[in-house]
Design a protein around this ligand. Sequence first.
Ligand code: PLP
Length: 227
Amino acid sequence: MTASVSENLEAVQQTIAEACKKVNRNREDVELIAVTKYVSAKRAAEAVDAGILHLGENRDEGLLEKYESIGEKATWHFIGSLQTRKVKNVIDKVDYIHSLDRLSLAKEIDKRAEHRIKCFVQVNVAEEQSKHGLAVEDVIPFIQSLEAFANIQVVGLMTMAPHTDDESTLRSCFKGLKKLQNRIQELNLPYAPCTELSMGMSNDYAIAIEEGATFIRLGTTLVGNER
Ligand SMILES: *Cc1c(COP(=O)(O)O)cnc(C)c1O
């Protein structure tokens, strides 16, 4: 039998609380996103019923499927790489886009959005070939190029850590994102407050919290990974 979302949530809440306590952070400063990309709309609804109001999807089909049954009860996060031609399918449903990584995407979001969209710039901190996102050195020039887009607000940075259990590798990845955030905040750009860090998944979220995550994205450990 699969565990209920509430059972999983209890364990997750405990891990979050311990990680916060360890580094003296407030629990309220860490927002939990249930990543529902592997599971059914029914299971996603179970997460909402368990009190998780932030849901994340990485494909337009998945988002639309779940949005249809859950709608505006949840806050919607688009967390996967987003093809420019798909922006129009999701733009009036999403509150946050975690994968802004190129100018053509920014242009399309700006053109299609009917209000300001909260965006995370995705950074490939670990410089893995297989991962999306900008190289660290390209992030500041990229953010500076977004000034003209009235419908884009850069609320923060997002990264995916390497798939490893090596704690020092994970930690240095998260520290790298935090350091970059500090540099962006020093620029005081009104359209890029960059107060948030979207980092931490099922196998590394405790470390991400210790290193400053404000949004963690949990799929497997919270809702499972089977439909
Ligand atoms: C799938 C996915 C997650 C969740 O992954 P789990 O390891 O199942 O928690 C988080 N972020 C992104 C961008 C994802 O694609």
